[in-house]
Design a protein around this ligand. Structure first.
Ligand code: ATP
Ligand code: MG
Length: 423
């Protein structure tokens, strides 16, 4: 049954709604379809936070949405969606969906163990509310009346600041184990507690994450660690025993990390990431993976060195070892893993402070990322702080000062081996 919370019982007003979302809602309503603002936007507005995106749910089928908007694109197989474009920007418009059952041949599919693989059974507004994950994510805002429509007692949970799965928690986690990660993400982001019934099954069901496509886990990992609450998220993931399914190598390093040096390193990195994100600076996933795999990388490097490999080759092999293991859980696209590799491979160059090497190095296109990583190592106590300081000063010094700084590090000229010239 639906409860309508009228405008005088909550404080969302028309002005809070993004103008492009309003345009879409109005156009769909005019074409006689039901259409509401839904999900994170309604939740965040009720909590006085500014929403990340404005998602819309409608009774119109994707093809019908396509007919209402000239600038519409239909995407997705697992979940067919309409993107309504405004230049390069777009908003997502999803048709109401129904929960569905095993062996249902009308567009919804679940595996033997209850996991949803296809999700294209259209339904009513109420059905759409019930198939959502948490009650606070299942509230609909009606632009025409200003009411918030609530089928799941979500408003009550907003006031209690708690996350509660809709329906039977274990069934809902089995349908889609990523909901466990979403729970952690929302706890970190919103500062909510998890209802005990929603919390309890997580410890026993974490292993289900092993069956999730690594590409999807990459997307979720970015949302978890680049949302401005990475440090808190990291602690929560470990507390709920979920971290090992995302970063098995890192978890193993942490188990062996008796004096917490690696833990300090990760915590320092994540708190830096949070600071960067919360002050509007950019971050790259390459850095996150370079941090998380650093300890195992060094272990593999040592191993290849002991095997008799030269340092460069040993490092190269170590990067392959750790990434080939990591991508079994999280599919890190090559454009990022290649940057992580560069960050690692370049660490050795910081020891060369002679003018020729140092001046060339600060011009390297990955210098900045490698330098950030080097200084992170210094701030986590892996290197003397002066090492980082030297490079900080050097890169910003005048050419004369640079010369004075690097001159003392002149390397003795290597004696050339005499080679016979070919005739
Ligand atoms: P954010 O502010 O991070 O975007 P959000 O709640 O909007 O949070 P989205 O991933 O954008 O999260 O999803 C939009 C909505 O779709 C959610 O609020 C929820 O209602 C529904 N949803 C998303 N993922 C799932 C899922 N795995 N299972 C059920 N419902 C989901
Ligand atoms: Mg959203």
């Amino acid at each position: 049954m639906v409860v309508r919370h009228s405008p005088n019982t909550h404080h969302i007003t028309e002005q809070d709604i993004y103008i492009k979302a309003k345009k879409i809602l109005n156009s769909l309503n005019k074409a006689n379809y039901e259409a509401y603002l839904v999900g994170g936007a309604v939740r965040d507005l009720l909590l006085d936070k500014s929403p990340k995106d404005f998602d819309i749910a409608t009774s119109a089928h994707p093809e019908e949405v396509n007919r209402v908007f000239s600038s519409c694109r239909l995407i997705g197989r697992r979940f067919r969606l309409a993107h309504v474009h405004f230049g390069r920007e777009y908003l997502e418009v999803a048709t109401f969906r129904a929960p569905h059952h095993k062996n249902d041949h009308s567009g919804g599919k679940t595996t033997e163990d209850g996991r949803i693989t296809h999700d294209n059974v259209y339904g009513t507004l109420e059905e759409d509310a019930l198939r959502r994950d948490f009650t606070v994510n299942a509230l609909f805002y009606d632009l025409q009346t200003g009411d918030v429509l609530d089928h799941v007692n979500g408003m009550d949970d907003i006031h209690k600041r708690q996350l509660r799965l809709i329906g039977d928690p274990e069934t809902r986690y089995r349908e889609d184990p990523v909901r466990m990660l979403r729970a952690i993400r929302f706890v970190a982001k919103l500062g909510f507690t998890i209802h005990p019934d929603t919390e309890r099954p997580i410890y026993a069901l974490g292993h289900l994450l092993k069956d999730i496509a690594p590409a999807r886990l990459f997307d979720e990992t970015l949302k978890l660690f680049h949302g401005g609450q990475a440090l808190k998220t990291f602690h929560l993931l470990r507390q709920y025993d979920l971290f090992q399914y995302l970063f098995p190598l890192t978890e193993h390093s942490l188990l062996l990390d008796e004096d917490d040096t690696f833990l300090d390193f990760i915590e320092t990195a994540l708190s830096n990431t949070d600071k960067r994100i919360n002050s509007g600076k950019s971050t790259t996933p390459a850095f996150l993976f370079a941090v998380m795999l650093w300890d195992k990388l060094n272990a593999h490097f040592e191993y290849h060195r002991e095997e008799g490999q030269p340092a460069y080759q040993a490092m190269h092999k170590a990067t392959n070892d750790v990434f080939s293991e990591q991508v079994r859980s999280i599919a890190v696209p090559r454009r990022f893993s290649n940057v992580s590799r560069d960050i690692w491979m370049l660490q050795a160059r910081f020891t060369h402070k002679d003018c020729r090497s140092a001046l060339a190095f600060i011009e390297h296109r990955r210098f900045r990322a490698a330098y950030d990583f080097y200084c992170l190592r210094a701030s986590a106590g892996q290197l003397p702080a002066e090492e980082c300081d030297w490079w900080t000063r050097f890169q910003f010094a005048s050419p004369e000062d640079q010369e004075a700084m690097c001159e003392p590090f002149k390397r003795p000229k290597k004696r050339r081996r005499h080679r016979k010239r070919k005739k």
